[in-house]
Design a protein around this ligand. Structure first.
Ligand code: SF4
Length: 234
């Protein structure tokens, strides 16, 4: 029997692409050029959880200044490492996780190096990263997309909120569950996924902010569920 096209999925993809194009026009093209070497990106992203970018950088710099090498951080007393990364929130939880991540990587690879993720099959690379303590789909996707241009989509709090308000994901879908749902709406093109991630994140920081969104500055009202339900003239 001939299969009917899944029109709901089609219309959601079309909506996602429309959102992509409008945010691209507003925030611009974002070249996917690695900003940090992979170990830096991995450990910094663990430090970044519920922490500002400024304090994440401060914690990372203090940690390296205090201990000097990945091996020394792995071997550091956990309370001393927690003190060094104290600018980051939840330092007491992050310190033992960072030590264990380094212990596993160095034991498995012979050095603090995750460059093998560039060529590992993508599902295996995601599974390997998310098996590390303190590494969820956001951190794993971020390392794979930012450092190795692998076609995955990190969903942080801003990408999650904006995508939910527009209606690309349902109101009860949490950020973890949103990863495969949003990824499925886009072509497996790292540059497209990078543009969507960065531009949606910026949109969430500047316009579709937490609390009261600034819809009057936004190019998305005609395709936004939240706007149509809450702000559109009746
Ligand atoms: S229209 Fe308003 S709620 Fe919708 S994405 Fe734009 S700022 Fe957010």
């Amino acid at each position: 029997m001939e299969q009917l096209p899944n029109t709901a999925a089609h219309s959601l993809e079309a909506k996602a692409w429309e959102m992509y194009e409008r945010l691209l026009a507003l925030h611009g093209h974002q070249p996917n050029i690695p900003r940090r070497e992979p170990m830096h990106e991995l450990i910094s992203t663990i430090l970044s959880h519920r922490t500002t970018g400024h304090n994440e950088d401060l914690a990372y710099e203090r940690m390296l200044q205090r201990f000097g090498s990945w091996e020394a951080i792995r071997d550091a007393p956990v309370d001393e490492l927690a003190a060094a990364i104290a600018p980051a929130n939840y330092a007491e939880q992050k310190a033992p996780r960072i030590k264990e991540v380094l212990r596993r990587i160095i034991a498995e690879q012979g050095a603090a190096n995750v460059d093998f993720l560039r060529d590992m099959p993508l599902d295996q690379a995601m599974a390997w990263l998310t098996a590390l303590p303190g590494v969820g789909p956001k951190t794993a996707s971020l390392v794979l997309l930012f450092c190795f241009a692998r076609p995955v989509l990190p969903v942080d709090t801003h990408v999650h909120r904006v995508s939910q308000r527009v209606g690309l994901i349902g109101p009860k879908v949490d950020a973890t569950a949103a990863h495969p749902l949003l990824l499925a709406l886009f072509p497996a093109d790292p540059q497209v996924l990078y543009n969507f991630h960065i531009n949606t994140l910026r949109h969430g920081q500047r316009i579709c902010v937490w609390g009261t969104p600034r819809c009057q500055q936004c190019p998305l009202p005609t395709i936004c569920n939240w706007y149509q339900a809450n702000r559109a003239p009746r």
